[in-house]
Design a binder for this molecule. Structure first.
Ligand code: PLP
Length: 375
């Protein structure tokens, strides 16, 4: 049989029937501690929930299979995953991060990494010459986020992996926006994939989680696993179970998110009030060719920049009826937000930018909603 396709993997891997009962839905193991022998001998491989538990292990297996990795670690949030990985860098290390990226990464790099002498340098990851030049100095890690949050910039994962590896750097890709259903960074050369599983994996805006998937089992994955065990940013079993449940419908949901976002982007691109639509599926997007090469489809996220600045953006946001004004992404419901307003004290997003997570409603209703809000 040929290798199973991602949609099939997402339904089955980690979701095998419970061997003890035959239950088709996996059990949730809430135990914090596991019986052991007189000298601490493990009975079934487990000791204490913070170190590992069966529900988390099912999710780890699913994530590793979906990303094509050797091993996965799960965390209490995407930020916990990111922090644990960055904490594994030696003091004084230098990392490259995208000039457009999730604001939490930017704040982590600005507020906490300097305490350990770690320098984060912002680079336009779409400009390979700029990345090559930045890699001329010692570089421990190259952090990729494509499509990026919130401007949907595209970077060439394979090219960046080659440049990063030539400099001896670990190459990490935040694959939250795309999910492995649309993009597989490890197959393109990245060493580690990071996820906020809060988003498309969870899929229903009701669970917080994060993950790292490693191309290889080795010193870095072992360091991360040990650090997670000791520092304790463990994913709760109930959360692991919800994310595992989300995996089962991930393929179907991503297909509809992509179809809806494509139609919404096409509609918005024709509206005179809209100065720019940032959606990599549009042929006019500067990263379209790279995205078409490295993604199966273009995802459910987009942002727009409107004529009339902040006031026009806020006016539009205040008129939508089906889109909900809220941060986050990847749930069934469509969300819209004025990014600059939620990015903390030093926002980088343009004041006229609105980010949208296009949900699973009927696309005609979404377009009608935007049409009336723009009117
Ligand atoms: N990475 C991206 C691209 C995100 O959008 C987010 C959250 O919005 C995160 C990471 C952080 O994840 P979490 O909110 O689960 O900590």
């Amino acid at each position: 049989m040929s290798a199973l396709r991602p949609e099939t993997v997402s339904v089955h891997t980690g979701n095998e029937a419970d061997p003890a009962t035959g239950a088709v839905a996996p059990p949730i193991h809430l135990a914090t501690t596991f019986r052991h022998g007189p000298a601490g001998e493990r009975v079934a491989g487990y000791e204490y929930q913070r170190e590992g538990n069966p529900t988390n292990d099912r999710l780890r297996e699913a994530l590793a299979a979906l990303e094509g990795g050797a091993e996965a670690a799960t965390f209490a949030s995407g930020m916990a995953a990111m922090t644990t990985l960055l904490e594994c860098l030696p003091n004084g290390a230098r990392v490259l991060i995208p000039d457009d990226c999730y604001t939490g990464l930017r704040m982590l790099c600005a507020e906490y990494l300097p305490e350990r002498g770690i320098e984060a340098v912002m680079v336009d990851m779409g400009d390979l010459d700029a990345v090559r030049a930045a890699c001329a100095q010692p570089t421990a890690m190259v952090w990729i986020e494509t499509p990026s949050n919130p401007r949907m910039k595209i970077s060439d994962i394979a090219a960046l992996a080659r440049i990063g590896h030539a400099a001896g750097a670990v190459v990490v890709a935040d694959n939250t926006f795309a999910t492995p259903l649309l993009q597989r960074p490890l197959a393109l050369g990245a060493d580690v994939v990071m996820h906020s599983t809060t988003k498309y994996f969870g899929g229903h805006s009701d669970v917080l989680g994060g993950a790292l998937v490693f191309a290889e089992q080795g010193a870095l994955s072992a360091k991360v696993a040990h650090r997670l065990h000791i520092t304790g940013a463990t994913l709760a079993p109930f959360s692991a179970w919800l994310i595992l449940r989300g995996c089962r419908s991930l393929g179907a949901r991503m297909a509809m998110h992509c179809a809806n976002a494509r139609a919404v982007a096409a509609f918005l691109a024709e509206q005179p009030q809209v100065e720019r639509v940032n959606y990599p599926g549009l042929a006019s997007h500067p990263g379209h060719a790279v995205a078409a090469r490295q993604m199966r489809d273009f995802g459910g996220m987009l942002s727009i920049e409107v004529h009339g600045g902040r006031e026009a953006a806020l006016a539009l946001a205040s008129k939508v009826r089906i889109f909900t004004l809220a941060t986050s992404l990847g749930g069934c419901e469509s969300l819209i937000e004025h990014r600059a307003s939620v990015e903390g004290p030093n926002p980088r997003s343009p004041q006229n930018l609105l980010r949208m997570s296009v949900g699973l409603e009927h696309v005609d209703d979404l377009i009608e909603d935007l049409r009336q809000a723009l009117a």
